[in-house]
Write a protein that binds this ligand. Structure first.
Ligand code: ZN
Length: 304
């Protein structure tokens, strides 16, 4: 599945037809990178490496307010070097969303914190090992789910949500929004919003159009406004199999970048698993010295 064929760099200003630093994102090829490490959990891990299974519905937060990092043994279990801990969530959120009016479109967050944000889209691959991995490592992610791709197993995502991860809107059936009329754009967003709200108990705050397509069009902005999400979120980097595809010419992460990945399995990853791909993603972030912060910790939701 070649989802997200394109992405776009945008500015915060709603409706701005922003700079289209188009990059091909999310094609199934494009694994341009580093050698694959063995990123399967070590068998016979010591008992001390056993994952904490106690995560309840409340977000896991460190005493300082940032997401709690998994312990060193947990990272070792997955053959990974721990990421730096994320700093405390900023008290003054860099992104402030309004309750009404045009929604902003952004692919990065303005922050000097040395953090990036990880988003995972669609929901096709439902690998139990990935739930184990995130339970162990406590890396925060934001999930943009497509209703018809997850509806056969909404339950898969609930343990991920219980770790404190938020679920957002990625349409009913992954339509290319600029190719469908405004009323269809509205139903793509509103019907997914209703289903995800019913299943996960909270209305999605954010929307991501498939392929990033149509993000800066008035029709899409209007449809988003009508359906409830309060921002359109794109990305700066797109994880492939072993490496990230960067929009920046220097192929480096920058503070506040939003990284796109997908729930994908061996069929779409040339035989690699979701946890192998995600381990590679974390390694690319670790190598560049970034922490992963929770995107929603940098966004002020509208007052109810
Ligand atoms: Zn998608």
């Amino acid at each position: 599945m070649n989802r997200h064929a394109r992405s776009r760099t945008t500015v915060y200003v709603a409706g701005a037809l922003a700079l289209l630093a188009a990059a091909t994102g999310c094609t199934s090829g494009g694994d341009s990178g580093a050698a694959s490490a063995a990123l399967v959990p070590a068998s016979g891990s010591p008992a001390t490496a056993a994952p904490s299974r106690s995560a309840g519905p409340s977000p896991s937060a460190s005493p300082t307010g940032g997401p709690a990092a998994g312990d060193a043994a947990a990272w070792a279990k997955w053959h990974l070097t721990p990421l730096p801990p994320a700093p405390p969530a900023p008290a003054d959120k860099p992104v402030k969303l309004a309750r009404t009016g045009p929604v902003p479109v952004f692919s990065e967050v303005k922050t000097s914190d040395k953090v990036v944000f990880v988003t995972i889209d669609d929901g096709a691959e439902k690998d139990p090992k990935f739930v184990e991995m995130l339970t162990d490592l406590k890396v925060p992610v934001s999930m943009f789910l497509t209703r018809d791709i997850v509806k056969d197993d909404y339950g898969y995502f609930k343990p991920l949500q219980a770790l404190g991860n938020h679920i957002h809107n990625h349409t009913v059936d992954h339509a290319q929004m600029s190719k469908v009329p405004p009323e269809k754009q509205k139903s793509e967003i509103c019907d997914a919003q209703a289903a995800l709200t019913q299943q996960y108990g909270t209305p999605p705050l954010l929307f991501r159009p498939p392929y990033g397509d149509g993000a800066n069009t008035p029709a899409l902005n209007t449809a988003v406004q009508q359906c409830g999400p309060r921002a359109v979120v794109l990305w700066r980097e797109s994880m492939q199999i072993h490496d990230m595809q960067y929009q920046a010419a220097d192929k480096k992460l920058r503070a506040g970048d939003i990284v796109l990945a997908h729930f994908r399995g061996p069929k779409d990853l040339k035989g690699e698993t979701m946890t192998q791909m995600f381990g590679e993603l974390l390694a690319r972030i670790q190598e560049q010295g970034f922490a992963v912060a929770r995107l929603e910790d940098y966004i002020e939701a509208p007052a109810a």
